[in-house]
Design a protein around this ligand. Structure first.
Ligand code: AMP
Length: 183
């Protein structure tokens, strides 16, 4: 978990490699649905284009279908999901059904201005995404603080929140995450 631009995607991919488990990004799954022009992709695009969250029902359905697949039995790292309390509750239920347990919710935190700068730079690079424009970035930040930040309390109250400083080199941040997971 963490605000847009904090490096969730980069770190989730590295952790997936380190632990030899699959890395699942809800945003990447949605972008794939959009490129295939599926019904889900067409519905999701309207929300993603303006930086809003895709409705919970669509997301939960999509993630549940993904998490019951065979390659998830060994474990997985989630990136970008859950993003609302309702999604977190849905994930709890999926885990119960699959007889799995949450190891922890990693909260990458960083100064907001530094993150906006990072996203604007990504918007000018080859990794550019159509939602990396200044207006949409601002909206995604706002949505994070309004709808996703309450999840920090959700996981804190369950003693599952692992806080990690998200500023520093990519390698150092990966090591910090591995360290809190091993504590
Ligand atoms: P991301 O790649 O995680 O930054 O997600 C890009 C966009 O996909 C977000 O701005 C949302 O519109 C949508 N999205 C990704 N994950 C979720 C989620 N868990 N719930 C709702 N919308 C999501």
């Amino acid at each position: 978990m963490g605000p847009p631009g904090v490096g969730k995607g980069t770190q989730a991919e590295r952790l997936g490699n380190y632990f030899s488990i699959i890395h699942l990004s809800s945003g990447a799954i949605l972008r794939n649905e959009i490129s295939k022009r599926t019904e889900l992709g067409i519905k999701a695009k309207q929300f993603m284009d303006v930086g809003k969250l895709v409705p919970d029902d669509l997301l939960l359905n999509m993630m549940e279908n993904r998490l019951v697949q065979k390659d998830c039995t060994k474990g997985y790292i989630l990136d970008g999901f859950p993003r609302t309390i309702r999604q977190a509750e849905g994930l709890e239920q999926i885990l119960i059904n699959q007889d799995q347990e949450l190891r922890g919710a990693i909260n990458l935190f960083a100064d907001e201005d530094a993150l906006i700068q990072r996203l604007i730079l990504r918007g000018q690079s080859s990794r550019r995404r159509s939602d990396d424009t200044p207006d949409v970035i601002k909206n995604r930040q706002r949505v994070y603080w309004q709808q996703t930040a309450p999840l920090l309390d959700f996981y804190r109250s369950r003693k599952q929140l692992l806080k990690v400083n998200g500023l520093g080199s990519i390698e150092i941040i990966t090591q910090r995450i591995i360290d809190v997971l091993n504590e």
